[in-house]
Design a protein around this ligand. Structure first.
Ligand code: AQP
Length: 334
């Protein structure tokens, strides 16, 4: 990292499934560009993933695969910190302390909790409820200046700022209050079968609703061919056309075209031809990433090296903040 203090950006992704095209276009793709201007931490948030029941063997594999994917999209472990959350004990330690500075009334308002609780009504655990506290700790441990957030995570960043402000007002200036980072090109990708709801990697009810980054090219093309459209024939943006708008957004994000250019590309086309072209554009965009992923994921010793070094660098920074926090709240400091 450079000597001159650059702003710190904290980004994380849960290994709760194979990342979706939504995760890629809304988060990962932007992370790559952030590296040029900021000092970045890129984390695999495997502790967060435990809030939903996981198969241990699969979770371990997905955690490693997510590190391989970070590398495949071009995140640079020499210049930035790439690590697995559970490798840094400070996350669990600070979460407890911060939970004592978080009100139940605040957590009760979190829409993600309500949403996930309704999806997993047989497992509404305390971790799901205190998820935003763990996330606040992630961000605050590294004195992060900025956190890239999609619309779905905005509320969690607000509670993080409230917790940090409350702690600082009692103990002095311990935490940097993070700001949201709104990416220059933001994409909110919706489900292909249900374009009223966002595409989510852990969805397993309807696999045609989600494009996974590692889907085979023909699978990607077929899922996009089957995407719901509507009963007219016009290819344009509109609130009355959620399916078409979503496909146009996907097309813009993978081709770096503007919405006007995208609409112009498909003037006079039928839906069949349109969906075929969107599918091809996605396949071509993902091809080099998929190839690079295959190489990284088969190089176990390199992945181990990256995660070990990342954990060391992250622990060093995290413990600086944690020690300050422990001292402030009155833990013995021997
Ligand atoms: N559909 C989406 N469009 C754009 N961005 C998205 N993100 C998620 N879905 C979309 C962004 O991906 C980043 C990492 O998300 P996460 O893994 O921490 O959890 P999430 O937001 O809950 O993502 P999923 O895919 O919906 O996971 P599950 O299924 O486990 O709940 C975030 O920056 C998020 O904005």
């Amino acid at each position: 990292m450079s000597d001159e203090r650059r702003k710190i950006i904290y980004s994380a992704m849960q290994p709760s499934g194979v990342p979706s095209l939504g995760n890629y276009l809304g988060a990962l793709k932007n992370w790559k560009y952030l590296q040029d201007d900021y000092d970045c931490l890129f984390a695999v948030a495997n502790m967060h993933a435990l809030t939903v029941r996981q198969n241990p063997t699969e979770l371990r594999k997905r955690t490693r695969d997510l590190i391989a994917l970070f590398l495949a999209i071009g995140l640079d472990p020499e210049k930035h910190i790439i690590y697995v959350q559970s490798d840094v004990n400070a996350h669990a330690e600070i979460a407890w302390i911060l939970s004592c500075f978080t009100y139940m009334g605040e957590l009760n308002r979190m829409t993600q909790f309500k949403d996930k609780a309704s999806k997993h009504s047989d497992n509404i655990n305390a971790g799901l409820y205190t998820y935003p506290v763990l996330m606040a700790g992630d961000i605050l441990l590294y004195q992060s200046d900025l956190v890239p957030v999609g619309a779905d995570q905005k509320q969690h960043l607000e509670i993080c700022r409230d917790i940090a402000g409350r702690f600082n007002s009692i103990y002095g200036n311990v935490f940097k209050i993070p700001d949201p980072y709104i990416p220059k090109v933001g994409a909110r990708i919706m489900g292909l079968q249900n374009p009223e709801r966002k595409m989510s990697k852990s969805e397993s009810d309807n696999l045609n609703n989600v494009v996974y980054i590692l889907d085979e090219p023909n699978v990607i093309a077929n899922k996009i061919k089957r995407a719901v459209t509507d009963s007219d024939t016009e290819i344009r943006y509109g609130e009355d056309k959620p399916g078409i708008s979503n496909l146009l957004n996907i097309y813009c994000a993978v081709t770096d075209k503007t919405p006007d250019e995208a609409v112009n590309d498909f003037k006079g086309c039928g839906y069949g031809e349109f969906k075929k072209s969107v599918g091809e554009a996605v396949v071509e965009h993902m091809r080099p990433i998929q190839e690079s992923f295959k190489e990284y994921s088969s190089d176990k010793s390199y992945i181990d090296k990256v995660t070990k070094e990342g954990a060391q660098k992250a622990s060093y920074l995290a413990n600086k903040t944690l020690n300050k926090v422990k001292k402030k709240v009155g833990y013995p400091m021997n």
